[in-house]
Design a protein around this ligand. Structure first.
Ligand code: PMP
Length: 359
């Protein structure tokens, strides 16, 4: 097998052990004589997988029983609407932090449904960053405070979460399971699976159960968190194969030592890349140093032409997906939990050689 390091922002690299196990079990899952993909979502074989997925998430993030763990569909983009549909009541205001492109999308959906107050706006700041908890202008009695814990495109990440009266609603699509969380500050956490949890098609939602009870009566069943809580995410057919892969990924996270061990590894991996950027005369980090993401390392070269050449030359050496998001350009190295340390070595080596030839 040729060695390709996929720096793409998502779907992203999965642990190789997980892919190999899925391959081995693909056509005969656990002696059932059929694939888990072909098994009923009501079968004992699938139910075991489903229960383990949620138990593993609960244990890895130390989530108390007062929260439900849900496997939904529609991606984080659907949560941009589902969260305010359920949690933003008539006459209430929700506070949102505007930290970049993903926050902006969440805000646009919430505005269709209710009153939104922007508690902090650093969207246009360069270097890119997210707000500091101390900068927030919160509404008294706000329904919730929305944050995008890691802005995948700009490469800026919340390092500490605000301590406020209102529950935090967090889009953790690009850094879920990468570190421990002060779970009691959150009312809702949501994340598409395709970066740190498994394949696309599954959306994880972790919701404080009492908050789900107040959804408006006219909200259709599929759009209500309460429906999915009551049915244990089996109200309709869930994305069973994706949840099976997510279960394997959560086992892998445990085997690595859990989220604290991954956090340390993520600091180390991203640190090596940021050190390479800071030591060079050619590369310039896109995010403010104190907000630098451990998951998406973004940087620029002096010209767009040179950035294009960098991404193209890197790809020919098996370092794929380094081109920054089309809306901002630059270079982005997405290095989620499963991205191997050897891939960092390979990129640092490439950066040095490229600077030697083009600096
Ligand atoms: N939020 C963030 C922070 C993301 O990175 C992404 C996807 N890259 C999304 C939301 C949208 O996710 P989905 O494609 O699962 O709807």
């Amino acid at each position: 097998m040729s060695t390709i390091y996929n720096f793409g922002a998502g779907p992203a690299m999965l642990p190789q052990e997980v892919l190999l196990q899925a391959q081995e079990e693909l056509i005969d899952y656990n002696g059932t004589g059929m694939s888990i993909m072909e098994s009923s979502h009501r079968s004992p074989a699938y139910d075991e997988v489903h229960q383990e997925a949620s138990a593993n998430i609960r244990s890895l993030l130390s989530i108390p029983e007062s929260y439900a763990i849900l496997f939904l569909q529609g991606g984080a983009s659907f949560q941009f609407a589902m969260a305010p549909m359920n949690l933003l009541g008539d006459g209430q205001t929700a506070d949102y932090t505007l930290s970049g492109a993903w926050a902006k999308k969440a805000i646009a959906e919430a505005k269709r449904l209710g009153t939104v107050h922007i508690a902090a706006d650093c969207d246009k700041d360069r270097p890119t960053r997210v707000p500091l908890p101390s900068e927030l202008d919160l509404t008294a009695g706000t329904a919730y405070l929305h944050v995008t814990s890691n802005e995948t495109i700009s490469g800026a990440q919340w390092k500490t979460f605000p301590e406020c009266e209102a529950p935090i609603v967090a889009d953790m699509s690009s850094d879920i399971l990468s570190r421990a969380l002060p779970i009691d500050r959150f009312g809702l956490i949501y994340a598409g699976a395709q970066k740190n949890l498994g394949p696309s098609g599954v959306t994880l939602a972790i919701i404080r159960k009492d908050l789900a009870e107040d959804a408006p009566d006219n909200l259709p069943s599929m759009l209500r968190y309460q429906t999915h809580i009551d049915a244990d995410s089996l109200y309709n057919t869930p994305p069973t194969f994706g949840i099976y892969l997510l279960t394997l990924v959560t086992r892998w996270v445990s085997a690595q030592g859990g989220v604290d061990a991954l956090d340390a590894r993520n600091q180390e991996k991203s640190g090596r890349l940021y050190d390479a950027i800071d030591a060079s005369g050619l590369y310039r980090g896109a995010a403010a140093p104190e907000h630098r993401s451990l998951m998406n390392v973004t940087f620029n070269l002096p010209t767009e032409d040179l950035e294009a050449k960098f991404a193209k030359d890197a790809a020919t050496e098996g370092l794929k997906g380094l081109k920054g998001h089309r809306s901002v350009g630059g270079i982005r190295a997405s290095i989620y939990n499963a991205f191997p340390g050897e891939g960092i070595d390979a990129l640092v080596g490439f950066m040095k050689a490229f600077e030697g030839a083009n600096g």
